[in-house]
Structure formats: C-alpha cells, structure tokens
Write a protein that binds this ligand. Structure first.
Ligand code: NAD
Length: 445
C-alpha cells in the first residue's frame, strides 16, 4: 500500500478507528461505572501531569497568560472532572418512576445508557477546555470518543492528542488532528452522537452530515450577544464585569458581550468607568502588555481590522499586524446597520449604542428580530425590567448584573438556542446529553 495518497491513508484511518471503537464498545467494558470512574481519574492525573505543557501551548497559540489560561481553561476542566466524579454513580443509576394508574402490576424505570461512539469537534478559542469538557460527559456516560481539535491552535492540538494517547487506548478514546478534511472524513463515518463547538455556518455542515446517519447532535455555536446597561445599574460593577467579559481572550469568547446598549442618562459615566477599568486591568498601553492575548490568525486579524474604521473610535483603535495584536477598542456612532453589527465580532472591539426610556421597547424588538443570541447580559436593579426582558428575549443563557459566570456554574446547563445552537452541557447536563434515556415498563407476571 506504499502508493496510497496521504488523503486515502487518513480516510482509512478514520474508518478503521471507528471500526475498532465499535468493537471495543460492544465488549461492554465502558458500561462499568468503575471503568468510567477510573478513566476520569486517569484523565485528571494526565491533566495535572501536563499542566505546564498545557499552559505553554496556550501561550504559544494565543498568548494567553498563565493566570488566564489556568482560570478559563484548566480550572474549569478540573472542576468539571471533580464534580462528575462526585456525582457519577448517582446520575448513572436507573431511576424508578411512577407507573400510570391504568397499568397494573408494573414498575417503570428510566435507564441511562451510553450512545456508543461519540465525535467531539472543538474550536480554537478555548482549545483545551472545549475539547476536554465535553469529553468528560462522553466518558461519564460510558461512550467511546474521537476528539478532533482545531488546527488553528496547533500546539494545543498536538498536546490534546499526546495527552489522550497517554491516558487511553485509541479503541476507547482517540484524538484525530487535522484540518477541515479530517473533520469531513470523520463526519462521513457513522457515530452515535456528535458534539460540535464552533461557528454557525460549520454547525450547518455538521448537521447535514449527521442527518445522513440520523445521528443526534449537540451544536454549541456563536452569535452576537447583547449587553444592556440600564440607568439604575451599579455602573462601577457593570464596567468591571463588561471589561472582564469582553476582553478575556481578547474578545475571542463565544459568550463575550458582543455589543453594548446603554441608557443615554448613564452613558458618559459608564464609558468613563470602562476606560478606567481597562487601564487598571491591562495598563495604559495594552499593546505593550505582554499578557494580552493575540488574535488567532491573520485572516481574523484582517476581518477585525476592518471594523476599526466603523463609526468613531472612543478608545483604542490601534492594531499591529506583525504581532496579531488589537487593543481594547470602543466604537460609537454605530447603528444596527453598521458593518460591525452584521456578524459576531469575536475580538476586542465593543460597539456602543444608546437608548432612551421611550426607545427601550424598540431596542428589545431589534434584538428579538435578529438570530437568537448565545448569551445576554442585563445590568439593572429593577426587578420588573429584569422580568420583562427575560420574558421577551430568547437566548441560550446569560446573567443579570454579571457577564460570563452562568457558564461556570455546574448547576446551569450551558448551550444556545436557534442560530446559537441546540442542546446543552456542563455538570449533570453533560452526562444527560451523552446518554440515551431508555424507558422500560416491567410487568410482574
Ligand atoms: P469553526 O466552525 O470554524 O471550526 C470549529 C471546528 O470545526 C474546527 O475543529 C474545524 O477544524 C472544524 N471545521 C471547520 N470547517 C469545517 C467544515 N467545513 N466541515 C467540518 N468541520 C469543519 O469555528 P472556530 O472558528 O474554531 O470557532 C469560533 C466560533 O465558535 C465562533 O462562532 C464562536 O462563537 C463559536 N464558539 C461557540 C462556543 C459555544 O460553547 N457555544 C464556544 C466557543 C466557540
């Protein structure tokens, strides 16, 4: 077979891997809770042993500082592992439920069972967390898994493959590195569950491929997540939270506030607080801050650079292509039709629009008219307004008087709705997502 092209080899490998995993899954070993627990513990040890390599890879690929990389990637994964290990036995136990009164002499049980072979496709922005966090759910539920890391963060991709290879035999858990072609080849195979994190257009590609095999799918996608700051908000706290949420990972965060709507009465003060907070957190000249993350590649840098000419620059606006660095930037004189409002920004650029009391309803209508966002942030102490907004706007998840934190709570399922995705995970929801719930009625005879 020396003449086989690399492409043919890789296709064969994907196919062979799936066949080997299918055989292994049918051996039944992964159904054993002790087996799953041991696998999760092995993964935990592997992560601890590779902690420095993970931090180095995140620095090399995205210039994440150790503090940011640890808190937004490693710590979340370790927390998810510990929480899962603590609760797995309970989640996996068959659940006896009442039987309808017209059926006599019977018991009813819901038995969580593993789907079988799962495919996890990860993006580049939190390349460690978004590959390993879903993997925890897949293992906990008793599945085999193939992880496809993003090619845009090559150091983390290689580390992911090495770590997985060091912890598991590939007929159980494997990583396949590669570009779009590799994803495409994997998607041709029959998996029993697909968990995809990435952009909305690629989500459609994944769903089309999944339809061929009727494979159930979770899609964790993106979108434009609004932040509204009302006139009664605690402006200092709102500014701190917005700066943290927007500029973490240089804005390359799926749940980052994409744009800001501020009540005109508090616009000046909020913007003053935001500027102070940026200087306090990142220094007066962020381009000189060695720890501010960079833009992932030139294509994304050029896309973001075009937005810098939109509206008028209130703060920042400088960009260095040779370092793929863009400083935190606030834009004003933006309206709903501006170019920066037509796509997910995914960078350190925050467009600011204002509203008056009488315009609040039309602002909410504008949001509702657009694709459903992944996240939504509202800053107000007015409970009536909180309820009005929560009743009016559909979004994946979000916070009142905070940003981002809904995604780090184990008790809150995390996911999108409409164009921002379908399905959810984290905590128990990850176990549920990767399990089929088999309903059984048992008649006593
Ligand atoms: P992407 O969709 O370009 O790529 C994601 C993965 O899909 C990568 O592994 C890539 O190799 C693969 N891929 C790319 N094109 C493909 C194709 N045509 N067919 C099959 N596979 C393909 O996304 P990205 O640029 O890596 O990530 C950014 C996007 O992800 C943003 O929209 C962001 O909002 C979203 N995101 C969502 C979440 C979430 O949890 N909802 C988390 C992070 C990122």
């Amino acid at each position: 077979m020396t003449n086989a092209s690399p492409k043919a080899n890789r296709a064969q490998t994907a196919h062979e891997l799936v066949l080997r995993q299918r055989t292994f899954f049918r051996s039944g070993q992964t159904r054993d809770i002790a087996y799953r627990t041991e696998a999760l513990k092995r993964l935990r040890r592997g992560i601890e042993e590779h902690r420095q390599q993970i931090l180095d890879a995140l620095r090399a690929d995205l210039n994440k500082s150790e503090a940011e990389a640890f808190s937004s990637e490693i710590r979340l994964v370790l927390g998810e592992l510990d929480y899962t290990l603590e609760h797995l036995e309970d989640w996996a136990a068959p659940r006896v439920v009442p039987t309808s009164s017209q059926i006599e002499n019977a018991t009813s049980t819901i038995r969580p069972e593993a789907y079988g072979l799962t495919l996890i496709i990860a993006p580049w922005n939190y390349p460690f967390q978004l590959a390993f966090s879903p993997l925890i759910g897949a293992i906990a539920a008793g599945n085999c898994a193939v992880v496809k890391p993003s090619e845009l963060t090559p150091n983390v991709s290689k580390l992911t493959a090495d770590l997985i290879r060091g912890c598991f035999q590939d007929e159980y858990i494997a990583a396949m590195e590669g570009e779009v072609e590799t994803s495409t080849e994997l998607l041709r195979e029959k998996f029993d569950y697909i968990f995809f994190t990435g952009s909305t257009p690629v989500g459609k590609v994944v769903m089309r491929a999944a339809a061929e095999h009727l494979t159930p799918t979770t899609l964790e996608l993106g979108g434009k997540s609004p932040a509204i700051v009302h006139k009664d908000a605690n402006l200092r706290r709102a500014a701190q939270s917005l700066v943290r949420g927007k500029f973490l990972n240089a804005g390359q965060t799926c749940v980052a506030p994409d744009y800001l709507l501020v009540h005109e009465d508090v616009r000046e003060e909020l913007l003053r607080e935001i500027k102070l907070e940026i200087a306090d957190k990142y220094g007066e000249d962020v381009l000189e801050n060695p720890d501010f993350p960079r833009i992932v590649n030139e294509k994304n840098f050029d896309r973001l650079n075009r937005f810098l000419n939109d509206g008028q620059t209130l703060l920042g606006g400088r960009a260095l292509r040779e370092r793929l660095a863009i400083e935190p930037t606030l834009l004003e004189n933006i309206d709903w039709e501006s170019p920066v409002m037509q796509e997910e920004i995914f960078g350190p650029i925050l467009p600011v629009m204002t509203y008056t009391d009488s315009e609040l309803n039309s602002v909410l209508e504008q949001i509702v008219d657009r694709p459903k966002p992944l996240a939504f942030y509202l800053f107000t102490r007015d409970e009536q307004l909180q309820n009005t907004v929560l009743d009016t706007v559909s979004f994946g998840g979000g916070c009142i008087n905070e940003t981002l934190l809904h995604m780090s709570s184990h008790e809150l399922p995390f996911g999108g709705v409409g164009a921002s995705g379908m399905g959810s995970y984290h905590g128990r929801q990850s176990f549920e997502t990767f399990s089929h719930h088999k309903s059984v009625l048992n008649r006593r005879v």
